[in-house]
Design a protein around this ligand. Structure first.
Ligand code: SAM
Length: 127
């Protein structure tokens, strides 16, 4: 589907099909990291790896845009998600959070059951 979408849009895309946490990007080579529902599938012990991956991939000044479930005991499906405080903690060093808005993925979830975070890679070390 992604290949078809890329072809329809007339853009050249390099698709990589592997464990995302093993991906080794050229350091500082990306302007944007977009994560839609990946971080929230990872156990908490892998959040640091996710942050190092996103942080090392991005140029200083580049953006990570992440949309993830918020912890919500009323949700009967899917992964646990993160609290706002956990999300801010993950991005604490090496990023500056520019926006954090509550939303949802689809109509079957309650309002505010996910968060959309936009954070900019800063000069600061990641840890
Ligand atoms: C909640 S889904 C979101 C899928 C898609 N981004 C979307 O918005 O519909 C999370 C996806 O992450 C994938 N995933 C989980 N761990 C992964 C890993 N270590 N490497 C690559 N993909 C992974 C799962 O297979 C699943 O497709």
């Amino acid at each position: 589907m992604a290949r078809e979408s890329a072809a329809a849009a007339g853009v050249s895309v390099r698709f990589v099909n592997e464990d995302a946490l093993d991906f080794e990007p050229v350091v500082g080579s990306f302007d944007l990291v977009h994560d839609r529902g990946f971080l929230h599938t990872l156990p908490a012990q892998s959040w640091g790896k996710w942050k190092r991956l996103a942080g090392s991939a991005l140029k200083v000044g580049g953006l990570v845009i992440a949309k993830e479930f918020v912890v919500d005991p009323r949700r009967a499906f899917g992964p646990r998600g993160l609290t706002e405080s956990e999300m801010r903690g993950v991005l604490k060093r090496g990023f500056r959070i520019e926006q954090l808005n509550f939303s949802r993925f689809s109509e079957r979830e309650g309002a505010g059951s996910s968060m959309l975070v936009v954070a900019r890679r800063t000069q600061t070390r990641l840890s």
